[in-house]
Design a protein around this ligand. Structure first.
Ligand SMILES: NC(=O)c1ccc[n+]([C@@H]2O[C@H](COP(=O)([O-])OP(=O)(O)OC[C@H]3O[C@@H](n4cnc5c(N)ncnc54)[C@H](O)[C@@H]3O)[C@@H](O)[C@H]2O)c1
Ligand SMILES: C[C@@H](O)[C@H](N)C(=O)O
Length: 374
């Protein structure tokens, strides 16, 4: 019992000294406390990165070379200035990305390297995009567990120690077959059947725990499947909804790996990235929760093909079901209830299915014409 009493006393102290706002310097160095309990006083200057709401944040994006990171960096750089947003990844950036703003190598499994980057660049916001998605995660569970869970622990500790505002995306994949699927609310049973989903529920719970325990300013949105024209998805279940545009334009044909009636929540990338910026800028006292569903539309492969055929009547779609992806899709939400995000911080999507299709075709058409011209 004395151990439990001591822990709860420390917890109370931490809660009292950081009243739910990550902008305050933390009184506890989290990684230190987890291995050898050592209090760090609140005036210790080495971790007190000062960030006031009037300053521009200094942002680090991990896993930034995937489907979403480059677009987010572009949006944030427009708002906060090119040099205030650092993209990072373990892959080599293409020329255009390398020359568009700061890029740095960062492996989220390397705690010391991460800490060095945060300290040397006086980072105040951390957007944690590194992950293995649902389908690649099932193909390599050990790596997914390491990147999505061990990597997240490094991120949480760094963010807590340095008083960062931390964004970690979750996903429709954080729900499972026993969750209500149509619609899926923020609060319900979450028993996902993929390592990806399990790691994302873990991230939601750990982030919220660090928020309550250490005052970490943790913010999390559960994204639907994201559709983008100029970046390719990294191996998920919703990838078909991006691939169909590329194949339709290139060959007029598409082979879909999900059943025609597989209904999933989806969103155009611009809405997703804007939501991310909006929730990061929302004053902390407006957030009644730390993890929100966000939604835009919901469709099946058949409905997407029908919408595409309004502009490409010749489009041929065949179905060759991937049992792994199909089982995942069958366990995920069909419709997402995002009423809390709409109520608390005014979330509103811009793109429904017709606008999405028009935008993707316009963009991909331009790209195709450029490729043919070269
Ligand atoms: N794209 C979607 O449809 C979608 C939907 C819901 C949630 N999300 C979440 O958004 C985030 C970004 O998604 P994305 O589609 O850009 O993912 P992605 O798979 O395209 O990119 C992930 C990136 O993480 C990097 N990475 C892998 N291991 C790493 C390591 N050890 N250290 C540093 N980086 C590492 C990869 O190199 C890759 O560039 C993820 O957390 C994902 O779960 C995405
Ligand atoms: C939905 C999302 O998390 C990702 N696009 C996947 O399918 O794995």
């Amino acid at each position: 019992m004395p151990v439990i009493r001591t822990i709860s006393k420390v917890a109370k102290l931490a809660l009292l000294s950081t009243p739910g706002c990550g902008c305050q310097p933390l009184t506890v160095a989290v990684r230190t406390i987890s291995f050898s309990p050592r209090q760090v006083t609140s005036d210790a200057s080495f971790h007190s990165v000062s960030f006031s709401e009037t300053d521009h944040p200094k942002v680090l994006i991990t896993g930034g070379l995937g489907q979403l990171g480059v677009g987010l960096a572009k949006l944030l750089r427009k708002r906060f200035g090119k040099n205030n947003v650092i993209l990072s990844d373990i892959r080599k950036p293409p020329n255009n990305v390398f020359h568009s703003g700061p890029f740095i190598y960062s492996d989220i499994l390397d705690y010391k390297n991460l800490r060095e980057i945060v300290v040397n660049n006086r980072i105040t916001w951390l957007v944690h995009y590194s992950a293995l998605l649902s389908a690649v995660g099932e193909a390599n569970v050990a790596l997914a567990r390491s990147v999505n869970i061990t990597g997240l622990h490094n991120i949480l500790d760094i963010a807590a120690e340095h008083g960062l505002r931390l964004f970690v995306p979750s996903t429709i994949g954080a729900f499972g077959p026993s969750s209500p699927r149509n619609p899926t609310p923020d609060m319900c049973v979450q028993r996902p059947r993929t390592i990806y989903g399990v790691s994302k529920v873990h991230a939601e719970l750990m982030g919220e725990y660090y928020h309550h325990r250490y005052g970490l300013d943790f913010r999390c949105l559960r994204y639907p499947g994201i559709i983008s024209a100029d970046s390719m998805p990294g191996g998920g279940t919703t990838d078909y909804a991006v691939q169909i545009f590329h194949d339709a334009i290139k060959t007029g044909k598409f082979e879909c790996n999900l059943r025609p009636d597989s209904r999933l929540p989806m969103m155009y990338i611009d809405d997703c990235l804007r939501a991310t910026l909006e929730v990061m800028e929302t004053p902390a006292d407006t957030l009644s929760m730390r993890t929100y569903n966000i939604n835009a539309m919901s469709f099946t492969p058949e409905e997407l093909a029908q919408e595409l055929r309004k502009q490409m009547p010749e489009l041929e779609v065949t179905y060759n079901i991937d049992p792994v992806r199909q089982a995942i899709a069958d366990s995920w939400p069909m419709n997402f209830d995002d009423s809390n995000a709409r109520k608390d911080w005014g979330w509103k999507h811009d793109y429904d299915l017709p606008e999405l299709v028009q935008t993707m075709l316009n963009y991909s058409g331009v790209e195709t014409r450029m490729v043919h011209a070269n």
